[in-house]
Every structure is written in C-alpha cells, then in structure tokens.
Design a protein around this ligand. Structure first.
Ligand code: FAD
Length: 312
C-alpha cells in the first residue's frame, strides 16, 4: 500500500531548493507502481506531476495541486546488442556508468547532469553537442489510464523540448525508456566524460540552481548581428542566453535571495533562501531587459510548476 503524504514542502525535492507544498506526495520505487498510480489519477482526472531529481523545475510558493510522484524507479536491463531498457527514474549519470562498463558508449555527455532519465526526456537534456533523444528508440507511457509502448517519435524531441512540455502532453507519464547504444572504446568514453566534468567544474557555480535557467536563442539574424559572439555560434545561428543576460548587465545581479551567477550568467542561483516568487521575479526582470534591448523573448528551460499569481 502506497503512502500519500499531505502538504509536503517541495523545496527539498528540487535542486533550486525553493517552492511550496505538494497537495499530496507519493514516493515510488518501481515502474509498476508509477504506472499504477498514474493510471488511476488519469482515470479519475486528478492533476498529476512526476518529479525525478527536481533539477529542472521551480514549484510555485502557492504549491502544486493534486498528486506529486517522486519517481525512484531504478530498473535496468542491458542486452549484448546495445539495447538498454531502463526505468524512467534511473539517474542519467549512473546510466552512463553502467552502460560504459558494458562497453557501450554515447552517454558521456550525461556526466554532470543531475537528473533522471524521465526528466531528461521532458527537455531532451543534452550537452557537448549530444542529447538524450539521439539514443532513445521507444518509451513506455501511461496516458488516459492505459500503459503502452510508443516509438521515440511520439515524444517530438527537439532542442530542450518534448511533447511532455506541451499542453497536449501534460499528464503523460513515462515509465520505461528503451535506448540503443553503440559498442565502443570504453576507456576513451571515460576520458571524454572526465574532460566534460572538468569543464563543468570550471564553469558551473556550486550553489543551488536548476542548471541553465533559460534556453539558448536560435536566431541566425540575431547571432550574426552580435559583436564578440564566437564565429561557430554565428554559423550555427545560436545565441547563448548567458550572452544576452550578460549584455543587459545581469551577471551577478541579485533580487532577494536569488542571483544570476558571476561565473555563468545563465545560472540563476538560490543563494539565501530565495522564495520561488523571488526567483520568478528575477527571471521576469531578465526577460524584460533582454526584450527591451534585443527584441527577443527568452524562454525558460526550467519548468514552472503549480499556480502562479500574476504570471507574465
Ligand atoms: C548543476 C546542473 C547542471 C545541469 N546541466 C544540464 C545540462 O548540461 N544539460 C541539460 O539539458 N540539463 C541540465 N540540467 C537540468 C536538469 O538536470 C535536466 O533537465 C534533467 O534531465 C532533469 O531531470 P530531473 O529528473 O531532475 O527532472 P525534474 O526536474 O524532476 O522534472 C523535469 C520535468 O520533467 C517531468 N518529468 C520527470 N519525470 C517524468 C516522467 N517519468 N514522465 C513524465 N514527465 C516527467 C517533470 O514533471 C518536469 O516537468 C542541469 C541542472 C543542474 C542543477
């Protein structure tokens, strides 16, 4: 029998360490439990939110209605041909370590991304020119109370996006994920992972954050017009959100307990018990300044959960 806890603060379940309570919270240890609870909630029409490591979310201070499921499912099967089937609660970094030990490569980029596989799919997590979507072949989902397998195309993955972020996909729960990895040079993959980790440590601030707060801007015209933007980014037509935030003077800018990092302008940090409202307000200041100066709207990579007063 699963225990539902009432009015549980969500801040400890997020890496930003902010946000109000879940109306009901259930901790789950298996994909079967996740599927069962999700199906029942969908059938009775109860709002449902699945959290993995909470490393890409900001729950409102007013809380999150309905049931929040903390997904700790950790099942994993690795087959000799490179087919990997993992529960959606499997930590992404551990998946790299387990698969590389079996001589399978590709997930090196995941080292340093502190999330689960399910959370990684929601925003097609990636780094160093790789993303999880390139390796996913199928997903087991629960929708409308039914459990079924779908091909990866069902997820509509693109840059930091998936159907799970769209209104149409809200409420869909991913329970298992099938990936295809290639046999390769494990030693080389571990060296690459170590180098990625070194780069992260040198660039990323330590305090509470959700990683990059905003998505980078894909806009060739803007990229070409910006002085000092590296040629590779101009060629790719990509403007890092951090470039825009720095240009409008927000590197190191503080609002309440929230701060844009000095080290990495797109890392919004909780440095002094910031409320979710303060974090959101700082994000709105950033969006307004960037729009006024560049005419482009920054879009949050971090997902805002629950009910917000005065959403912009
Ligand atoms: C220090 C730091 C560095 C980071 N670096 C990177 C990086 O390099 N690249 C990158 O892409 N991201 C990065 N992130 C962001 C984050 O770690 C990733 O997006 C991660 O994959 C999120 O996984 P999670 O389990 O924490 O998801 P959560 O934050 O728990 O959830 C994120 C979203 O996914 C949904 N979700 C979670 N599980 C499921 C499921 N089973 N079914 C349906 N929906 C689900 C949630 O409802 C929510 O909407 C970083 C974060 C931090 C704190």
């Amino acid at each position: 029998m699963l225990n539902a806890l009432a009015e549980v603060p969500l801040a400890p379940f997020t890496t930003l360490r902010a946000g109000g309570p879940a109306q009901r919270l259930i901790l789950l240890d298996s994909a079967e439990q996740l599927a069962e609870v999700a199906a029942v909630a969908q059938v009775v029409g109860e709002p449902l939110t699945v959290l993995g490591s909470g490393s890409n979310v900001l729950p409102s201070d007013l809380g999150v209605e309905g049931t929040v499921l903390i997904n700790r499912s950790r099942g994993l099967k690795i087959e000799p041909d490179g087919t990997v089937t993992a529960d959606s609660g499997f930590p992404l970094q551990d998946l790299f370590l387990k698969t590389v030990q079996q001589g399978l490569t590709g997930l090196e980029f995941a080292v340093g991304i502190p999330g689960t596989l399910g959370g990684a799919l929601a925003s097609n997590a990636g780094a160093y020119r790789s993303s999880i979507g390139s390796f996913v072949t199928a997903v087991e989902v629960v929708e409308g109370g039914l459990v079924r397998w779908e091909p990866a195309s069902f997820l509509k993955l693109s840059y930091r996006h998936s159907i799970l972020r769209e209104p149409a996909g809200r409420g869909i729960v991913v329970t298992r994920v099938r990936l295809r990895l290639q046999p390769g040079d494990s030693w080389r993959a571990l060296q690459d992972a170590r180098e990625f980790q070194r780069q992260r440590i040198s660039k990323q601030p330590a305090p509470a954050s959700a990683g990059s707060f905003f998505k980078n801007v894909e806009d060739r015209g803007l990229a070409e017009s910006l002085p000092g933007l590296p040629q590779a980014l101009k060629d790719a037509g990509v403007v890092p959100a951090g470039y825009l935030l720095e240009a409008v003077g927000l590197r190191g800018f503080r609002h309440g307990g929230a701060l844009f990092s000095h080290r990495h302008a797109n890392f919004l940090l909780n440095v002094a018990r910031a409320t979710a409202t303060e974090i959101r307000e700082l994000a709105e200041i950033a969006k307004e300044r960037v729009y006024d100066r560049f005419g482009r709207r920054l879009e949050e990579e971090v997902l805002l959960l629950g009910r917000w007063i005065n959403p912009s």
